[in-house]
Write a protein that binds this ligand. Structure first.
Ligand code: CO
Length: 640
């Protein structure tokens, strides 16, 4: 084995560096087994097992492993390589048959060119009177799994088209309804151009650019955030400390932003809360049954990659205040490193009041300001934007908020027709019903890994001698013993939440320390039939909650290879084993999101829609942990 360089990481969870990508690829190539025409799907950190992270001490050499994924031809073969930078050797070489990687950028770019040049597609454009083909926008979509002969043995996309008036126009205003090109991504060939019939192009443009939308408001005065002494956090590499919190920032090509080893410093005792938290998968199933739209089910994490699609964020636009940015490193499909500058933004935000009491008798009036640390990243996946915002609070709360924006994926309709499965947003243009379902993987370690999970909800007590006013209600807590019992849905009527406790760590009141997962906003499960293609492929979205025992390889809710997968992988498959989930290292998987019945207000660009969840301490502390937050300085009126 050729030895190439050594690792330089000082912590097992350090962010990937350009040098590490270069070295990892060189080590893989030195094996002699990487063909000339191999495409590098990804190069990412092979995250070490939990015990290795826990046992790491500063100054000790890190055994740094990098995962390199390759495809070597047009067929269904993916190669997974693990290399050790420290030892300079290939540790593992697996050929995975029958699976397809995420859609590749190079191949998708080729799809656009090949479709544009294809005579059948050009004829379909000509039938619609579209002559300037350079103004046609072609979007390759993940093709799904519907038993089409084109799918068999191939990595394909379905390409749909939109026409612009100019290069910077909003193409989504004018969908070219009825035309779908099936494209073999691996072989680089157009397989078929389907023309389902002509629908007139919508008459109006959908520009949202300031020069097109009329006069701007003139009465918004500047609002500036001033932090004259700088922020309250410190950053060392990817280790962040803010108030009593500490964590490491991570990044994955598919999951995007990752939080590692989130812990709370409690009077000098480092108390673990989350070992790892990320968006494991997401899917956008469309609810229109027509031939043009019924197949649309985009797995934006697994089929495109929330990390691969991350934006570089800009001060004053994406983030406000005193910002710390993290750059992240990804690999091109040629195996070269590239840096996404400012892919992750971190800053503090004032968040209204933290706690308050005005003692009318004693005359004291105490108010404390809430503040949160915001760690965010934004992915643009085709027409849509997804912003992922982790919030840490002074009272021990941890929150994830997802902000959805961008442009809906619309359809052209005959004017005068009222669509049953879509909302008209402009003349001749409608937004199909769809969902955005996210699955957060939450590896909670509440004061260590010996955890159990309870469903906790309100229960009304029957009238009787013990309940003479019929007013009584109590808290019902049911422990999940196995994985099957932990497939659960939200229930706002009973304030249902899920509590993770450490039964061997009581607080000073004798209660087990815990954190609860609270569905903060109304959240659906998958509306497509469970036996439908997407119902099987996005099995994780059949339930809001899943709990599994920690297994290092179980990372992605729909499995590692959701692209064109027939379904059943990931959470449904793993939890079928009904493994024990009591007094063990548990992982919670929470599926949440929105059912998007499009509004006219969502056009031509969508004001942010919000979804997310909250993790809140329950008996983790002995009392309000934010009593020691001082009154804000400067005005004297928050105390006394
Ligand atoms: Co939507």
């Amino acid at each position: 084995m050729t030895s190439i360089g050594t690792g330089v990481a000082t912590h097992p969870l350090d962010l990937l560096t350009p040098e590490e990508v270069t070295r990892a690829v060189a080590i893989a190539r030195a094996s002699g087994k990487v063909p000339e025409d191999a495409v590098f799907v990804h190069v990412r950190l092979h995250e070490p097992p939990k015990d290795v992270v826990a046992a790491h001490t500063a100054g000790v050499t890190v055994d740094r492993e990098i995962e390199v994924q390759l495809v070597t031809g047009p067929g269904l073969e993916v190669i997974e390589v693990i290399v050790s930078l420290t030892a300079g050797e290939v540790r593992d070489w697996q050929v995975v048959e029958g699976m397809r990687p995420t859609l590749l950028f190079g191949e998708s770019g080729n799809a656009i060119g090949k479709v544009r040049a294809h005579p059948d597609w050009q004829a379909a454009m000509a039938r619609r009177g579209i002559t300037d083909l350079d103004l046609v926008q072609i979007d390759p979509w993940p093709a799904g799994s519907f038993g089409s002969p084109h799918e068999e043995g191939r990595r394909i996309s379905r390409c749909i088209s939109f026409v612009r008036e100019s290069q910077t126009d909003n193409g989504y205003a004018r969908p070219i309804e009825g035309v779908i090109a099936f494209y073999d991504q691996g072989a680089g060939e157009v397989l078929e151009v389907l023309d389902l019939g002509i629908t007139p192009l919508p008459p109006n443009r959908g520009s949202y650019l300031p020069e097109d939308v009329g006069p701007m408001r003139t009465d918004l005065k500047p609002l500036e955030i001033s932090q004259p002494e700088g922020p309250s956090f410190t950053v060392d590499g990817n280790l962040v400390q803010w108030q009593k919190w500490s964590f490491r920032v991570g990044f994955d090509p598919y999951e995007g932003l990752v939080l590692h080893t989130l812990a709370y410093d409690d009077d000098g005792r480092t108390r673990s809360v989350l070992h790892r938290a990320s968006i494991s998968e997401m899917v956008v199933p469309y609810g229109d049954p027509g031939a043009m739209h019924g197949w649309k089910n985009a797995f934006d994490a697994g089929e495109w990659g929330l990390g691969r699609m991350a934006n570089s964020l800009k001060l004053g636009c994406d983030c406000l205040g005193v910002i710390h940015y993290f750059d992240v490193v990804l690999a091109t499909e040629a195996g070269d490193p590239y840096v996404v500058e400012q892919a992750i933004c971190m800053h503090e935000e004032d968040y209204g009041i933290l706690w308050k009491h005005h003692d009318l008798q004693g005359g004291t009036n105490e108010t404390r300001r809430s503040r949160r640390l915001v760690i965010s990243s934004i992915a643009t996946v085709g027409n849509y934007e997804y912003g992922f915002y982790w919030y840490l609070y002074l009272d021990g709360n941890v929150q994830l908020e997802v902000k959805l924006s961008g442009i809906i994926s619309p359809m052209a309709i005959e004017q005068g027709v009222i669509p049953e499965f879509a909302t008209i947003v402009a003349p001749g243009l409608a937004g199909p019903n769809h969902q955005h379902m996210f699955c957060a993987r939450l590896d909670l370690d509440v004061d260590g890994t010996n955890n159990s999970v309870y469903e906790v909800e309100a229960e009304r007590v029957d009238a009787g001698p013990d309940n003479p006013w019929s007013n009584a209600f109590r808290q019902k807590a049911t422990r999940f013993d196995g994985e099957m019992a932990a497939r659960r849905e939200v229930n706002p009527a009973t304030s249902r939440c899920w509590r993770v406790i450490n039964p061997s760590q009581p607080n000073s009141l004798g209660q087990p320390v815990g954190y609860k997962l609270i569905p903060t906003m109304s959240t659906p499960t998958l509306l497509a039939h469970p036996d439908s293609s997407v119902g099987k492929r996005a099995g994780f979205a059949q339930h809001n909650l899943w709990v599994t025992p920690y297994v290092r390889e179980e990372r992605r809710a729909a499995g590692d290879y959701p692209n064109q997968h027939e379904g059943g992988d990931g959470l449904p498959r793993w939890t079928e084993a009904d493994r024990s989930i009591t007094e063990t290292d548990v992982v919670l998987w929470y599926t949440f999101g929105v059912t998007h019945f499009v509004r006219p207000e969502d056009w031509p660009v969508m004001p942010v829609e919000y979804t997310g969840f909250l993790l809140s301490p329950v008996g983790f502390f002995d009392r309000n942990p934010a009593l020691d937050v001082p009154p804000s300085s400067g005005n004297g009126s928050c105390h006394g």
